[in-house]
Design a protein around this ligand. Sequence first.
Ligand SMILES: Cc1ncc(COP(=O)(O)O)c(C=O)c1O
Length: 453
Amino acid sequence: MNKDRLIQADRNHLIHPVSAWRDHEETGPRILKSGKGAWLTDIDGKELLDGFAGLWCVNVGYGCQSVVEAATAQMTALPYATGYFGFAGEAAIELADRLAALTPGNLNRVFFSLGGSDAVDSALRFIRFYQHARGTPEKKHVIGLTRGYHGSTYTGAGLTALAAFHRNADVPLTWQHHIPSPYPYRHEGDSSDAAIIASSVAALHAKVEELGARNVAAFFCEPVQGSGGIIVPPAGWLTAMREACRALDILFVADEVITGFGRTGPLFACEHENVVPDMMTVAKGLTSGYAPMGAVFMSEDIYTTIRDNNPPGVAVGHGMTYSAHPVSAAVGLAVLDLYQNGVLASGVTAGKRLATRLDAMRGHPLVGDVRISGMLAGIELVTDKTLKTKPSPELGISKKLAAVGYEEGVLFRAFGDDIIGLAPPLCCSEEEIDILCDRITRVLDRVGADIGR
Ligand SMILES: Cc1ncc(COP(=O)(O)O)c(C=O)c1O
């Protein structure tokens, strides 16, 4: 198909994820053709620096031949192997084995899903199985954070606390609850690290008390909130929440779908504070977006409790046709090799450069806050820095940012609530980080001039 026909066919038939359907039919798609390293080329040959690694997933960058070759070899040898009925593929076994050695503490057991949403949904099911197995079936309630994102399945959308996912969706479900996000920039009152941590711990205790401790199963959080606007909690927050969960006898689940696989520096963000969750969900960087795959890791205790409660011959009823897909697993192995042979280290170096450059942007008239953890960053825009005033919706800032960004040859996430999200591929050189930040500064200057700032 030529470009015009592609655009028309897209408008007519393709439903895009989390999109305004009416707007999309009017504007049509921007079609991407190819990628190399941190760079994309669109259908018109325009080059774009991808400051968002696709959808915070292409951590190793585009065009990695070792990954392509691993997928090709697996497709050629065996494109599909079911995990049902006792069958298995080699790649998935090897990936499980290597990851079990790398995940925090005793998160030794892994269930492979197709992406992050069904990893979260699987975690919620395993939590139910566990509480039943343990003899505490009344522990059904689950608590998350406001501004949290945990995917788009029915249950995940309810645990998510973003309005777009609740609208007309009849979620959150009755057993899903939220406590305030640890949001330093907009924290009211004492905004010291200690005060923010104390208020999250107090909010968790209060919510558990309100629901009844014997009724609460688990607390979910992202170590850095991603889709909620890249909110980096103070150092010590994760540890404090983990400890609070232990004290309250509720499971602590770290959703590392974005933060996993080097996005914040170490392989998993929990490693910053040596936190060992009871469960951890991952996706995105697991395969760097080259093939769909997610995973739920569970502690040995959760695994054995579920196992020992099921009589011999009785299945634990959870699975999907494409769980542990061999091609995705082969891709996962190749990507893990890249992380361990330089990409993680490259991300740490590039992250330092990104932090320096973003820090220098704090003086820009539109920039209210900059927050960063490794190669994950947010720039929050305001029209009055002292009052932290959000730009009025009529200014249509996020649409302008995305449009001007494209013209300037840079891709980033322009969140609806005036926050720029950055998650460049970890393979970026320091020079590429400079180009990224130069272009973003130009975008801010142009949008600022457009709205008279
Ligand atoms: C923290 C978190 N959990 C879950 C998901 C859902 O993952 P997926 O889009 O692969 O279903 C996402 C996606 O961005 C995420 O950021």
